[in-house]
Design a protein around this ligand. Structure first.
Ligand code: LMR
Length: 342
């Protein structure tokens, strides 16, 4: 791995310095984290989130930091954030084609490959992130990591928690009927679509990189996301307010492809998997703190947050929870029960 601090020796001609400066600036502008030397085995990690305080950004960069320091070129990770390499419409296909080796997409984006991950989207199934983490540590949660290995060739390396989700809109939302007639951006999740319909609103699937523009231009009226996404993507700037509904989990499948994993020799693979697991544990321990900090950042930046009374909260639960029934067969009653019991 190269020295990550780019410096320009005085002996270089000014035009060479300028070219290098341009490269350095473009690296800073696109935010690619770490670059590898010729001869090193490179793995590209692509993701869609941005900023510096987002749990996925921190986890991805920590992974690169550790692998690049400890594996001494046997493997070197380059991180491409902010949909700069692949947006969420293309990244899973790119993994299958070998154009990228590591991803961490939201569990809500796997509908074309498995319906089982719908369990993570069921509204109000997890009380909080600790509950979700407990579920991922159950035999059912661990089994779900392997769900797509045999047939698709996607290998789950771990679950990265992101946070609970909150609704924002171009008007204040206190009860679900306030959302009637509004258009909400959702991820490509059938559960999310039904949940929005249950509120009397219209769901509109849209990639993450298009959400800010969609909200700003009124293509959609609202969206649902974590504090970290609402802050780092500045959604609060183009919304009336965010309502602390806490209605759903956002978590990621930190993943690779079977082809990539099998292409590593045994020692390299084992060292990588150990680091990946340690980074995952550390990321999940730190996520609550990051979410709280980004909630505070929204307020500091002038965003508005609405809290719910217990009666208002019950209305949200009563409106959205009936959606579970529609997905019982696809997800499996046993999987849903294991999540509830965790
Ligand atoms: C979204 O599309 O809203 C999120 O999945 C983005 C992310 O990766 O956090």
């Amino acid at each position: 791995m190269k020295n990550r601090h780019i410096s320009f020796p005085s002996a270089l001609s000014s035009s060479v310095s300028k070219t290098l400066a341009t490269v350095a600036l473009s690296v800073i502008a696109t935010g690619v984290y770490a670059s590898c030397d010729p001869g090193e085995r490179v793995a590209k990690l692509s993701h869609v989130t941005g900023g510096t305080t987002h749990p996925k950004v921190v986890a991805a960069n920590n992974l690169a930091e550790r692998v690049n320091k400890e594996m001494n070129g046997k493997l070197c990770i380059e991180v491409y954030p902010n949909s700069t390499l692949f947006g969420d419409g293309k990244e899973l296909e790119a993994l299958l084609l070998g154009d990228v080796q590591l991803l961490a997409p939201s569990l809500s984006k796997f509908g074309s490959y498995t319906s089982k991950y719908g369990v993570f989207d069921l509204p109000f199934i997890f009380k909080d992130m600790d509950h979700a983490i407990r579920f991922t540590n159950t035999p059912t949660g661990k089994e779900l990591l392997k769900e797509m290995d045999e047939y698709v060739g996607f290998v789950g390396l771990g679950y990265w928690m992101s946070g609970m989700k909150y609704f924002s809109a171009n008007k204040k939302l206190e009860v679900p009927s306030d959302a009637k007639g509004l258009k909400f951006r959702v991820q490509t999740s059938d559960v999310a679509k039904q949940m929005i319909s249950a509120m009397g609103a219209s769901p509109q699937a849209m990639s993450f990189s298009e959400v800010y523009g969609g909200l700003q231009t009124g293509v959609v009226d609202g969206q649902e996301n974590t504090w970290s996404n609402i802050y780092t993507k500045k959604f609060f700037e183009v919304q009336d307010s965010v309502t602390e509904t806490n209605h759903q989990l956002l978590a990621y499948l930190f993943m690779t492809s079977r082809d990539f994993l099998d292409s590593l020799d045994k020692d390299t693979r084992e060292q990588f998997l150990t680091i990946a697991d340690e980074v995952t544990q550390a990321a999940n321990l730190a996520v609550k703190e990051k979410e709280a900090a980004n909630r505070a950042n929204i307020l500091k930046a002038g965003g508005k947050i609405n809290t719910l009374t217990p009666t208002q909260r019950t209305e949200w639960i009563d409106t959205m929870k009936p959606v579970w029934k529609q997905f019982e067969n696809d997800i499996g009653k046993d999987v849903i029960q294991a999540a509830v019991d965790a």
